[in-house]
Design a protein around this ligand. Structure first.
Ligand code: XMP
Length: 526
């Protein structure tokens, strides 16, 4: 395991991501981590970038004991300056100008070179593009360091200790704008730290199943909510592989699911994946509670609160039934499909005055339930969850399903939510998604849906003027859902969708498309 100490750069998680691409497992901890309290012995430590200046009195500093660990250390950007600051104080200066963007790197190459220091740049050609984002720079080389790379603005773009395995680079190898950045990380991790490249989903399934079995014990029982999305399905399938029917999945049908969704999820999870699933039809309850409410945040609160209540009631019922089962104990565990980005979000360094955050849990279930949490996906990124899902035999269309928000069609039925309004949204959405799949576009789009707008527009249908509601189509492309671009359909596609929706969905006489990127828009419209 490698350790990444986070100084708050927006790119820190990408270091972990790039190492994963090399099948190397690493963990991110805040830069304030005390080295004596480390939960594991790292094979190397990477000090990340960060938005501070090392010479400011409020700047975060690494525990100097990191230099007693006797492992290779790589400082990236702020990390380089921090290393220089710790080992040879007062040699970091405010740069004359901020350097932001591409730069050409001249580096000493390892191949054919007698010096072992330059292994960091082995197989990295001279003149490669690197991504710079810094204000400060070193004023001179720290004592016992030599220069191993430079750019026109940064004479110390790469430095290495002359006798210890300490390296610093001013640019960001973790961003895709740095060509050969992964190679540099590979040189550091594999060649210098000798990290093992054994992180694969095959390995993960085996070790995680053993871990779950050991944790839950011979009789332990686990309950968990499933939604039909990839995370909860993969987590459920993994639990089923580990403990069979001692895992109880619950699907709450809140009446706000997509066309045929409850049936499809039921079919796939039980017949196809063999998971022990209870479906609760609570649509009447949710729709009654939502009567007269049009404020989106109120909708979310009501749906969240009712979800917790319905889930708890169901859990009690299942626990009662399960209590009579021979060889099974009480239900003590709650399954959560938490992914690594949520974990990073809760442990990353967010400034000297940060308060400790806990990652958000679906609907606040754990606090309410007094159950112990089990999070089999907490070390995985989304794309790893997809690979794992495929390995576990989960159907392709589910593995690649677009995300769907917990409040479901309620936040896509703008304004007041009634059964008939939701039905209009549902039918329009079904048609839009059917056509996206038929056109082979589903995987190109990150998220697509139809929303019903709470206004009336005029139309002519037959010979009559009508006043009906419009449907708004929204489709976006994104990698992280933090920013997104609207998806550009061609005219024949939009013609077809528009004509099908106005013909087949009663109550709709117009179709709009939302052509706003995020920001300033958001992916959902409420
Ligand atoms: P926004 O609209 O914030 O969406 O750009 C980003 C992602 O989050 C999803 N989303 C939600 N998911 N409960 C959820 O479980 C919610 O209340 C919620 N609001 C937005 C959205 O679908 C997109 O994938």
């Amino acid at each position: 395991t490698l350790l990444v100490l986070d100084f708050g750069s927006q790119y820190s998680h990408l270091i972990i991501r790039r190492l994963r691409d090399l099948n190397i497992y690493s963990e991110l901890l805040p830069c304030t981590q005390r080295i004596a309290d480390l939960p594991f012995q790292p094979k190397g430590v990477i000090l990340s970038g960060g938005p501070y200046s090392v010479y400011d009195s409020s700047a975060p500093h690494v525990d100097p004991a990191v230099f007693d660990l006797d492992v290779p250390i790589l400082g990236v950007c702020y990390g380089l300056q921090e290393m220089a600051w710790q080992l040879d104080q007062h040699n970091v200066l405010a740069g004359e100008k901020r350097e932001y963007g591409h730069a050409k790197l001249t580096c000493e190459q390892g191949e054919g070179s007698a010096s072992s220091v330059n292994v960091l740049f082995q197989d990295v050609p001279n003149g490669v593009d690197v991504w710079m984002s810094h204000g400060d720079k070193l004023s001179h080389l720290p004592e016992s360091f030599s220069t191993i790379a430079a750019t026109s603005n940064a004479p110390f773009a790469g430095i290495a200790h002359t006798s210890k395995p300490y390296y610093g680079i001013q640019f960001h190898p973790e961003v895709t704008h740095t060509s050969h950045g992964t190679r540099i990380l590979e040189n550091y991790a594999v060649r210098i730290c000798k990290a093992r490249q054994h992180w694969t989903m095959e390995e993960f399934v085996g070790t995680e199943i053993s871990r779950i079995r050991a944790l839950v014990g011979e009789k332990g029982q686990v309950i968990g909510a499933v939604s039909g999305g990839v995370d909860s399905t993969v987590a459920a399938k993994l639990m089923h592989e580990a403990i069979g029917d001692r895992f109880h999945a619950v699907l709450v049908d809140n009446g706000l699911l997509r066309h045929n969704e409850a049936e499809t999820v039921h079919q796939t999870l039980t017949s196809h994946l063999g998971i022990n699933l209870t479906v609760i039809d609570a649509s009447e309850r949710f729709l009654t509670e939502l009567k007269g409410v049009s404020d989106p945040e109120k909708k979310r609160k009501i749906i969240g609160k009712n979800f917790i209540e319905v889930f708890q009631e169901t859990a009690h019922k299942i626990a009662k039934e399960a209590a009579g089962t021979p060889n099974a104990g009480d239900i003590e565990w709650l399954l959560q499909g938490t992914l690594y980005p949520d974990v990073i979000e809760s442990i990353a360094f967010r400034g000297p005055s940060q308060t400790i955050k806990t990652h958000h849990n679906v609907g606040g279930l754990p606090a309410a339930m007094h159950l112990k949490l089990i999070e089999p996906l907490r070390e995985l990124f989304k794309d790893e969850v997809r690979i794992l899902g495929t390995k576990l035999g989960i159907p392709e269309e589910l593995v690649w399903r677009h995300p769907f928000p917990g409040p479901g069609l309620a936040i896509r039925t703008l304004g007041e939510v009634t059964r008939s309004q939701v039905e209009i949204t549902r039918q329009a959405d079904r048609i839009f998604i059917e056509e996206i799949i038929a056109a082979g576009l589903y995987r190109k789009i990150s998220q697509a849906y139809a929303a019903l707008l709470p206004i009336q527009v005029v139309g002519v249908m037959g010979d009559k003027r009508v006043h009906e509601q419009p449907i708004c189509l929204r489709a976006v492309e994104t990698t992280d859902f933090m920013t997104a671009n609207w998806f550009d359909f061609d005219r024949p596609f939009l013609d077809k969708v528009s004509s099908r929706i106005t013909n087949e969905v009663s109550g709709v006489c117009s179709v709009f498309q939302n052509i706003t990127s995020k920001p300033p828009g958001t992916i959902e419209m409420e």
